[in-house]
Design a protein around this ligand. Structure first.
Ligand code: ATP
Ligand code: MG
Length: 452
């Protein structure tokens, strides 16, 4: 481990009056054989008081970014810009379910500190100056066995802090460690406690889970995390609309899976940027099935439900807007029956969101039956798009051969310019050679005459 520790951390440990330990994700990931280095978030710990740590850190050229006396936490940055979170050895007492401990006792007993954590694999310490591991709860053995075990009775660990339910799914997804039976059972019994956790925190964990494959390159990682959310019941408490698809059969030749499994597989096949849209693309199906007995209107209905879910989770507004748009449009021309001119207009309407929509359509197609071949709609639309580019079709008003001033000079009243420019863009979408000034002005004049 000593070879992967940053030099400033070693210097700091040598300057501390008591042993300073690396703990948590960095030690766990190192023992799992994953790269530990520049992107690592360094969690460090010691029985030392915050003042002692701060004095040593300042002498070693670190900057103190924050100090939380109540929890004995100090955020530090070394001279090379690396961040560290120091927590003094402590034991916590919780009010059921809430993430913030009600009482904190500082201690010099490492085992007590380990027992206030979540999983044994997250409670392996590395003495930075002494160059030795300390493993009070057998976390190294768990890591060898690829297991997540709680630091105390699972019932208690999850009962104290509902955020651990999300951490279980996310850390399992990122690391490949799998919960043992007791851990899973404890999480199941306490799944409802997720309701006590701030939506922003749930969202942050969910996002990390959906991107878990980006951490260590395991393509199945998000799927594994989603399975845990479903199996523990946490999904039903955080996104009940989505959980309704669990076991809902689709009874048609295109689908091999129930609605929820299909949604999870769509995440599996989607690029990172559209994972929320992949997860929620069919969220309208259970609602439509229960209301209408079919899935017909599931895209627009799903868009509204996706908006409600993401707003509830306090997701960023931009992500909500992008996701809602993709969910609303994911069925466009699903059966490849749309006429070419209509597709051309749709391509203009969708504009910059087109690559994301293609990616979602492809992931949706692949997730139906595991077919990795190109999705027919994407092939058809891509060919039409290529042809439009070849013809020089304008995709934005700026690329149009006339502008507002030209229309004004031709006698178009100002209140009509925006709608006429838009109409001209659609007119050109059918044939790029129409993007020529005199032709467009003539077309505009005809539109005025016919009163459009
Ligand atoms: P990552 O690789 O994402 O940093 P991590 O396990 O280091 O994973 P952190 O949030 O950095 O996660 O937390 C550091 C350590 O603090 C954890 O390994 C765990 O021992 C402990 N910890 C963090 N959050 C909790 C919690 N909610 N309950 C109990 N222990 C926690
Ligand atoms: Mg960490």
């Amino acid at each position: 481990m000593k070879d992967v520790l940053p030099a400033p951390l070693k210097k700091l440990a040598a300057a501390c009056p008591l042993p300073l330990y690396a703990v948590g994700g960095s030690v766990r990931d190192f023992l799992l054989g994953y790269p530990v280095g520049d992107k690592t978030d360094w969690d460090i710990s010691s029985p030392m008081r915050e003042e002692e740590l701060i004095a040593a850190a300042s002498a070693c050229g670190f900057t103190v970014r924050a100090l939380y006396r109540h929890t004995g936490t100090v955020k530090l940055e070394d001279g090379e810009g690396r961040g560290y979170e120091f927590t003094r050895f402590r034991s916590d007492r919780y009010v059921r379910g809430e993430h913030t401990p009600a009482e904190i006792f500082f201690t010099d007993d490492m085992t007590l500190d380990a027992r206030r954590r979540d999983f044994c694999a997250n409670a392996v310490y590395y003495d930075v100056a002494g160059e030795a591991f300390a493993d009070p709860l057998g976390g190294m053995e768990d890591i060898r066995n690829k297991t997540l075990r709680t630091v105390r009775e699972a019932e208690k660990v999850f009962g104290e802090d509902g955020l651990r339910l999300m951490r279980l799914a996310r850390i399992s997804a990122e690391t490949g460690l799998r919960p043992d039976g007791e851990c899973l059972a404890g999480a199941k019994r306490n799944a409802a406690l997720i309701a006590d956790i701030a939506p922003e925190r749930i969202f942050t964990e969910l996002k990390l889970l959906l991107l878990a494959d980006q951490k260590h390159g395991d393509g199945e990682a998000p799927l594994c995390g989603l399975d845990i959310l479903r199996d523990t019941g946490v999904l039903g408490h955080t996104m009940p609309e989505l959980a309704l698809g669990d076991g809902m059969e689709q009874n048609n030749p295109y689908h091999a899976h129930d609605v929820l499994t299909h949604s999870f597989l769509c995440v599996r096949h989607a690029p990172p940027e559209i994972r929320f849209a992949a997860l929620l693309h069919d969220v309208g199906k259970p609602y439509c099935m229960l209301r209408d007995g079919n899935f017909h209107a599931h895209a627009p209905v799903g868009a509204r439900i996706a908006e409600a879910i993401l707003s509830r989770l306090k997701a960023p507004k931009k992500l909500i807007a992008e996701t809602v748009f993709l969910v609303a449009n994911h069925m466009r021309d699903y059966n490849c029956e749309m006429r070419t001119n209509k597709v051309r207009r749709e391509i203009l309407r969708i504009g910059p969101a087109l690559p994301a929509l293609f990616a979602l359509k492809q992931a949706d197609f692949t997730a139906c039956k595991g077919d990795l071949s190109p999705a027919p709609t994407v092939v058809k639309w891509q060919n039409i798009l290529d042809k439009m580019r070849e013809e020089g079709v304008p995709f934005t008003l700026r690329e149009l051969a006339v502008n507002g001033r030209d229309l004004k000079a031709a006698g178009v009243p100002e209140r009509k310019t925006a709608s006429i420019l838009h109409e001209l863009l659609l007119f050109c979408s059918e044939d790029g050679s129409r993007n020529e000034k005199s032709l467009l002005l003539r077309h505009a004049a005809n539109m005025m005459k016919s009163g459009s």
